[in-house]
Design a protein around this ligand. Structure first.
Ligand SMILES: Cc1ncc(COP(=O)(O)O)c(C=O)c1O
Length: 397
């Protein structure tokens, strides 16, 4: 007769199968049991045919991966601990010493920092290109280019590039394209099938931290492909680098993912309304929101996202140049509902002032505005309350 502690560890009870409920079951594991040595020897962590170790997948992580692959129109998905980890997974999977990566100058800043701060240590060079000029990308591709990043809309400055044209330039040279699809979220356009053309990027990375989570409380990223060869390369690097995700966070994502379409549309509606209203204010020199006609790349947005008529909840404004940085800081500090903080996609509206001059390489493209830029992530508060908050803060400029 075993002692209680042994009995409790090796308890014989197994609950009945066929439990069905709105949310999938949550499995927590580092260790996974094998039925016998033959099964252990036959393990294959590269596919979803079975289980080998928590790091390589559980029913819970597989379920989230499958749902995210469906959201983006891909066939394979890998989960990583953050959106930035998704970017580094792609870079380390496809770049080696002597290779070059091209990054749009308006890309998410830490993607550029990864290239300058880490990839350079491995003998991997990078060049920035002008995302609004496919000819600039074509001119910068070389025999050493192995990976090209694209992003739509551009980070902070919100220019919407001609994605199909950028992808065509790379395809003609056989270079892998990776999209930071956090803004589009698999909803505004189909990353692997632009306008039903069958053409799209090779890889889509998504900071699940933003709209898929929707709570401002989880960090996670995904890498989706629909190319088995690329997926296998990513899976190998993923395994070697040990990119695990916490099952509690996976559970949160599974809970919030079903409402992503409703939330995304609501963020979009309020953001467009506020962006249009701000474009009529005399304090503002330029509103940067791809769905607004005066915004750079609006025609590209319309061509790619017009059918869905979706545009996320992010936009930026450039203040008239006669307002000093101190005045714009006072505007930001005066906001009550918009909180100062990074990231986006959660229920709380956020605001961040940026110095674009420090973020851009002047040799790639000239930033045309002199005034200070402020970026808003519009949350799920009532839009009239948000408008009133902006109005009272403008009055304190
Ligand atoms: C466009 C974009 N991509 C990637 C990321 C990185 O996501 P995470 O914060 O999960 O690392 C961010 C975060 O702000 C982002 O804005």
């Amino acid at each position: 007769m075993s002692k209680p502690s042994t009995t409790l560890i090796h308890h014989p009870y197994t609950p009945p199968a066929n439990f069905a409920a709105p949310q999938p079951g949550i499995f927590k594991a580092s260790t996974v049991f094998f039925a016998d040595v033959a099964a252990m020897r036959a393990r294959d962590w590269k596919t979803k045919a079975g289980y080998t170790y928590g790091l390589h997948g559980t029913p819970t992580t597989f379920t989230l991966e499958e749902r995210l692959a469906t959201l983006e129109g891909g066939t394979e998905c890998l989960l990583v601990p953050s959106g930035l980890a998704a970017i580094s997974l792609v870079s380390f999977a496809f770049l080696k010493s002597g290779d070059e990566v091209l990054i749009p100058d308006n890309a998410y800043g830490p993607n550029k920092a990864l290239a300058t701060g880490e990839l350079a240590n491995f003998g991997i060079t990078h060049r920035m290109y002008d995302a609004m000029n496919p000819a600039d990308l074509a001119a910068k591709l070389s025999d050493r280019t192995r990976l090209v990043w694209v992003e739509a809309a551009g980070s902070v400055t919100m220019e919407f590039p001609d994605l199909p044209a950028l992808v065509n330039v790379c395809r003609a040279r056989g270079v892998v394209t990776a999209l930071d699809n956090t803004w589009g979220a698999g909803l505004a356009f189909a990353p692997f099938d632009f306008n039903g053309s069958g053409q799209g990027v090779d890889i889509s990375v998504h900071a699940l931290t933003k709209y898929p989570s929707g709570g401002g409380d989880v960090l996670m990223g995904s890498v989706v492909t629909r190319d088995d060869r690329l997926h296998r390369a990513l899976k190998l690097t993923h395994m070697r680098m040990g990119f695990g995700v916490g099952v509690g966070d996976v559970e949160t994502l599974l809970r919030s993912l079903p409402s992503i379409g409703l939330r995304y549309a609501a963020h979009d509606r309020s953001a467009r309304e506020l962006a249009r209203w701000l474009s009529g204010r005399e304090e503002i020199a330029q509103v940067l929101h791809p769905a607004l006609e005066e915004s750079p790349g609006h025609a590209n947005w319309r061509a790619l996202c017009g059918a869905a008529d979706l545009a996320a909840g992010l936009f930026s404004i450039v203040f008239d140049e006669h307002y000093s940085t101190e005045q714009v800081d006072r505007f930001c500090d005066s906001l009550n509902l918009f909180r100062l903080g990074y990231s986006w996609g959660g229920p709380v509206s956020l605001v961040v002032p940026y110095d674009i001059g420090l973020m851009r390489d002047a040799s790639v493209a000239r930033w045309p505005y002199k005034g200070t830029l402020v970026r808003f992530s519009v949350g799920l508060e009532d839009v009239e309350d948000l408008r009133a908050d902006l109005q009272q803060a403008l009055a304190r400029l």
